[in-house]
Design a binder for this molecule. Structure first.
Ligand SMILES: *Cc1c(COP(=O)(O)O)cnc(C)c1O
Length: 367
């Protein structure tokens, strides 16, 4: 049988029921396991290669993404592993010019030093001819600007040019969109954000249906070692059971916040791909099953953002997004090329009426 998202979140990656066993087995803490000294490791020798708690989490992510997944210690570990395992000197990759800043920094530094060139492309386009590229990475919706790219159309264009198409699915989550089903060769993501949603761990993953690509990345992980620990894998898997509920409330809150903000003359640049007036709306509504709870807007100055966050009781000043607590991040403090008053606002799962009242009060007080 095929199931809906809430059911899939709860059951993803669970072992078959066995009498006397827990629904989700607890974390297995081991680096080495007992060995048979004569026949060798068998199924389990050492946790960098074989780890049952990690494998259960990977099964869960793989079910939701629609292709086998490999977990990494962070989103950056996953993205850089994919790039380093699949590109070589002389290759050129296309990266989002408005996506996660650390990926661009990695391309400018380590990739360039290895002789891999990169071209930066805005998520909203226009996209260049992909001829001669080894890999195109999309990030959609892009963090922090929330532009959206047409995955199916760009997968076709990449494949026609002989390039691989990878999609950073962090903001959307696998319940928001399934890039592999839309034609992408690879999905990469940070599991630190909405996938796990409790702001208590770092995680990343790569998923692909291509056995050769999967093998290369798995071998890369085994030899470079960026695996997540057993406890984080278990926490992540446990958290994924509530993903559908968390995302539903976050989306509901974002819709209300976006409506509130667009109705105010003292807030500019409101972006939420679920708003029919948003430039991302046509593509987002076609390719996404739900719109994430992240809203972008501008309060005009760093000082006003400061006053807004001092007044708001329910909005924590913090980076990251997708957690159960509402947070706001003034990106320019990290040297992003956003304006000083630009805010990436991540809706938590608080009651919508409380959040709207708190944000309204804080916006009024900060004017
Ligand atoms: C946070 C983030 C990453 C990096 O993930 P970490 O888990 O922090 O390493 C990569 N891509 C996007 C879109 C992100 O938001």
């Amino acid at each position: 049988m095929t199931f809906l998202d809430g059911t899939r979140s709860v059951h993803a990656g669970l072992p078959a029921p066995a009498v006397g066993e827990p629904f989700l087995p607890g974390p297995v803490f081991a680096a080495p396991y007992h060995l048979d000294p004569v026949t060798g490791p068998g199924e389990r020798g050492y946790a960098r290669t074989e780890q049952p708690t990690r494998e259960a989490l990977e099964a869960a992510i793989g079910e939701l993404e629609g292709g086998p997944a490999l977990a990494f210690a962070s989103g950056q570990a996953a993205i850089t592993a994919m790039l380093l395992a699949l590109v070589k000197a002389g290759d050129t990759v296309a990266l989002p010019g408005d996506g996660y800043f650390a990926v661009r920094a990695f391309a400018r530094g380590a990739l360039a030093d290895l002789g891999v060139a990169s071209v930066l492309v805005p998520t909203a386009g226009p996209y260049p001819d992909f001829t001669g590229l080894r890999l195109v990475l999309l990030e959609t919706p892009a963090n922090p600007g929330l532009d959206v790219a047409d995955i199916a159309a760009l997968a076709d264009a990449a494949h026609a040019a002989g390039a691989l198409l990878a999609v950073d699915n962090t903001a959307a989550t696998p319940l928001g969109q399934n890039p592999l089903a839309l034609g992408a060769d690879l999905v990469v993501a940070s599991g630190t954000k909405g996938l796990t949603g409790h702001s208590d761990l770092l995680l990343g993953y790569v998923a692909t249906r291509d056995a050769e690509l999967l093998g290369k990345i798995e071998s890369w992980r085994k030899l470079t070692g960026g695996v997540p620990g057993a406890f984080d894998c278990w926490l992540a898997h446990r958290s994924m059971a509530t993903m559908d509920l968390r995302l539903a409330r976050q989306t509901q809150n974002a819709a209300a916040i976006a409506e509130l903000l667009t109705g105010r003359s003292d807030v500019t640049g409101v972006r939420w791909p679920g708003l029919p007036s948003d430039p991302s709306y046509p593509v987002a509504s076609k390719q996404m099953r739900r719109i994430p709870g992240i809203v972008a807007f501008d309060l005009g100055s760093a000082e006003r953002v400061g006053r807004f966050l001092e007044t708001a009781e329910l909005v924590f000043a913090a980076t990251s997004f997708g957690g159960v607590h509402t947070t706001a991040d003034r990106r320019a403090q990290f040297g992003d090329d956003t304006s000083p008053g630009f805010v990436r606002f991540s809706c938590g799962i608080e009651d919508t009426a409380d959040l709207i009242a708190d944000v309204t009060r804080a916006l009024d007080a900060s004017r």
